[in-house]
Ligand binder design. Structure first.
Ligand SMILES: C[S@@+](CC[C@H](N)C(=O)[O-])C[C@H]1O[C@@H](n2cnc3c(N)ncnc32)[C@H](O)[C@@H]1O
Length: 245
């Protein structure tokens, strides 16, 4: 019965976005979405930062613990998008950005211009699963926010994060995740999932990403489940924290 209701609601939501499903079916939606996603993310990130400011401030307030004696932090941001996190970084960050979508670059540069305390060393067009241009044990901190929901292979990205981090380096994350499986939120995440995936460039609402991070065997893990203050948003359940290599 529940499965039938779920299917009916999924089809109903899908019908509302029929043109997008049709374009996706013939393979035309992905290139359009790659172009449209960066300007859309500029607006989404502005709103998200407004709502999540205190959480981000508290999270990135710990970045300094991973600085070198000189005060510099070699930071790698995976899926940096529009550069929404730069305002929360402390001075002394020498950053490398990895993103498979080159259309984000112009938006990221605008954010860099506003945040002069962040020094951009490289922008690499690559997926987080294959960051071969980043040397092993070369970075102090890796940052992922709202990225592990979209990557093709979460475990492969986590393996790459552990490879590029120096011993004692920190992996900082803030990700939306699956709701508790017996909740209505979880039911509605499943209702929206097929359409959400196309609308938001491959974003999964129902990933239990905390399990991947726990199984990645970092030496220390500080992970909290929180409800983001995003009213009526199926991506409310979040995890936030950092892991130490
Ligand atoms: C929802 S946006 C989040 C952007 C930014 N991190 C933020 O918090 O505003 C998702 C980002 O992940 C990137 N992305 C998608 N698949 C990826 C992958 N396999 N490896 C690295 N980044 C990826 C997208 O291009 C996009 O920049």
């Amino acid at each position: 019965m529940a499965l039938l209701l779920l299917t009916i609601l999924q089809v109903g939501v899908g019908l509302l976005a029929l043109p997008i499903h049709a374009l996706a079916f013939v393979g035309l939606w992905a290139p359009i979405c790659r172009r449209l996603f960066p300007p859309i993310m500029t607006v989404v990130s502005w709103y998200y930062n407004k709502k999540m400011r205190e959480h981000k401030k508290a999270l990135f307030g710990n970045l300094g613990d991973f600085a070198r004696p000189s005060g510099e932090i070699a930071l790698l941001e995976i899926g940096g998008g529009t550069g929404a996190n730069f305002q929360f970084y402390p001075p002394g960050c020498k950053a490398t950005f990895v993103d498979p979508n080159p259309n984000f670059q112009q938006y990221l540069r605008k954010s860099l211009a506003k945040n002069g305390h962040v020094e951009c060393q490289r922008f690499l067009v690559a997926p987080g699963e294959e960051m071969c241009q980043v040397a092993t044990a070369s970075v102090d901190v890796v940052v992922c926010t709202l990225v592990l929901c979209s990557v093709h292979n979460v475990d492969a990205v986590l393996r790459e994060i552990k490879r590029v981090l120096r011993q004692g380096g920190g992996f900082f994350f803030l990700e939306h995740v699956a709701a508790h499986h017996s909740s209505w939120s979880c039911f509605f995440q499943q209702v929206y999932q097929p359409t959400w995936l196309h609308l938001l460039s491959g974003c999964h609402l129902t990933r239990e990403t905390w399990k991947n991070i726990e199984e990645a065997k970092f030496s220390e893990l500080k992970l909290r489940h929180i409800d983001a203050p995003l009213k009526w948003n199926p991506a409310r359940p979040h995890i936030i924290g950092y892991a130490v290599k």
